[in-house]
Design a protein around this ligand. Structure first.
Ligand SMILES: *Cc1c(COP(=O)(O)O)cnc(C)c1O
Length: 234
């Protein structure tokens, strides 16, 4: 699993096949390479094969990589980890996207802290679609209110929704959960035309996510191999 170039090629093929299988165009689906815990050398290899969008979960680690790779001017950095208020400034200053908005306060801070010389920060509202107590994200019932509030903030653009469903081996079960996200996304798009992004699908469930309208899959393991330390390690 150490051949990042081959792995990226395989993942892109996998996305293309999954899209074709459900009559979608592969171009509708962005591949986000999730590079948390990986060294910049691994990211540089992915860049060399044409990968441009990267996802990071830990603020400090992500900012260090963004700084180290700053001579590549066309990279797009997505913050995809849980965000605490005291770290919001770094996300506002360094990242292009934040996928994990689940309360107004953090959105307000990001909007206030977004530098004036940068484009607005692209944000996604995270939905706790499996209804797990331990997970971040809002419930679907709360979406209308939070979307309206975020849409009124000057330095953010509400681009769509994100979810991390509870792990599930059965594809039909994966699809049942992703369908709820698809419905919510269709409703959101009807109200907010700039909402064009449905972030769902990871290494184990990307095909099911694509079958349910995902426009961005977040893939770590299938590109970079198994992670060496646990995601809970900050
Ligand atoms: C780690 C992570 C991923 C990537 O997961 P893989 O199973 O390694 O593909 C995607 N999304 C989020 C939010 C993550 O934390």
């Amino acid at each position: 699993m150490h051949n990042i170039e081959q792995n990226l090629h395989d993942v892109r093929n996998h996305i293309t096949l999954a899209a074709q299988k459900c009559g979608r165009s592969p171009e509708e689906i962005t591949l986000l390479a999730v590079s948390k815990t990986r060294p910049v050398e691994a990211i540089a290899k992915a860049i060399a094969t044409g990968q441009r969008e990267f996802g990071e979960n830990y603020v400090q680690e992500g900012v260090e990589k963004i700084q180290q790779l700053a001579n590549y001017h066309d990279l797009v950095w997505h913050f995809i980890g849980p965000l605490q208020s005291n770290k919001s400034r770094l996300v506002a200053e360094y990242f292009d996207w934040c996928h994990t908005i689940d309360r107004l306060k953090i959105a307000q801070r990001l909007s206030e802290q977004r530098p004036k010389n940068k484009l607005p920060l692209n944000v996604l509202i995270q939905i706790n679609i499996s209804g797990e107590n331990s997970k971040s994200g809002i419930l679907l019932e709360e979406l209308d209110d939070l979307a309206a509030q975020i849409n009124s903030l000057p330095n953010l653009v509400l681009r769509g929704l994100m979810a991390i469903p509870a792990p599930e081996d059965d594809t039909q079960q994966q699809i049942a959960v992703f369908r709820q996200m698809e419905q919510a996304f269709i409703k959101l798009k009807a109200q907010y035309p700039q909402a064009d992004t449905l972030s769902m699908g990871m290494t184990e469930d990307m095909a099911a996510a694509i079958a349910c309208g995902s426009t961005l899959v977040r893939i770590g393991t299938a590109i970079f191999g198994a992670r060496q330390y646990s995601p809970s390690t900050k």
